[in-house]
Design a protein around this ligand. Structure first.
Ligand SMILES: [Zn+2]
Ligand SMILES: [Zn+2]
Length: 271
């Protein structure tokens, strides 16, 4: 199995919970033998919502410029400019016009860390065990994929942090997300950040927070395509866990995403 050489999910200090800037991640990526490095830091939002975990609007152009300039100085490594976005119909036009359009971002990723529920945003980490909320999470993810804005759906199994044990409701939620992914041709991301977080105690003992294996068994059955990412928040993690994810993807017979180099989808969304 060839070593994975693409990572499309990289943060920078601007999201306020990562360290390092583009140049340091690029250096580590070259050392790790990556061929493609995509930055997908948490985008700024036009209304300044959730300011503690993302860059501010005044930092957005500096982010884009820094990634582009660092990329130009990195021979042999293809550097892409992206952003991790919370999906909302209220932001969709701004993502399309400002990020993909005016600023020419190469791609967007949807990372659903919050779910809309009757006019409120609920955290995926805390609120999803209330009745009906898993259904809303699935609907939210499917709506994001349907929007055509995103190159892939990041860490759909972030649920592994919120629930200790797999059950029928989670299976139904996974089925909805994975079957929509296959039907719409929007890949799902298997993300190794969960391997670097504290393990979760379930009925069967300790397991990684994510990737959550039963989710990916559903993805395999549905024929969803899968991209693997490190979700690096430190330069030294730029390729962390990619080999483990590749092994799991291959063991489960998951189909790799066909992404080389994304812009067709971004152009379609922008146009
Ligand atoms: Zn994320
Ligand atoms: Zn991320």
């Amino acid at each position: 199995m060839p070593a994975p050489d693409v990572n499309l999910h990289t943060h920078t200090w601007r999201c306020r919970h990562a360290v390092g800037d583009a140049e340091e991640y690029i250096e580590e990526a070259a050392l790790a033998g990556l061929a493609v490095l995509g930055f997908a830091d948490h985008t700024a939002l036009p209304d300044g919502r959730w300011p503690d975990i993302r860059m501010s609007l005044v930092e957005l152009d500096g982010y884009a410029r820094t990634v582009r300039q660092a990329g130009e100085r990195a021979p042999g490594l293809r550097v892409l400019l992206g952003a991790e976005c919370e999906h909302s119909s209220g932001y969709a036009a701004w993502y399309r016009e400002e990020l993909l359009g005016a600023r020419g971002f190469d791609y967007l990723v949807c990372g659903a860390h919050f779910v809309p529920d009757r006019g409120e945003w609920v955290s995926v980490f805390e609120g999803l065990d209330a009745p009906g909320r898993l259904r809303r999470y699935a609907d939210h993810c499917v709506g994001a994929m349907r929007s055509g804005l995103y190159a892939f759906l990041a860490h759909p199994d972030l649920l592994g942090l919120a629930f200790p044990d797999w059950d029928a409701d989670l299976a139904a939620c996974a089925e909805d997300i994975c079957s929509a992914s296959a039907a719409l041709g929007v890949p799902l991301e298997m993300n190794s950040y969960g391997l670097r977080k504290p393990p979760v105690t379930g009925r069967g003992g300790l397991r990684p927070a994510y990737p959550w294996r039963p989710f990916w068994e559903v993805a395999a059955r549905c024929g969803a395509r899968v991209v693997i990412s490190s979700d690096a928040h430190r330069p030294e993690d730029v390729a962390a866990g990619l080999a483990e994810l590749e092994a799991l993807r291959s063991e489960l017979g998951l189909r790799p995403a066909d992404l080389p180099f994304i812009p067709p989808r971004a152009r379609a969304a922008a146009g």
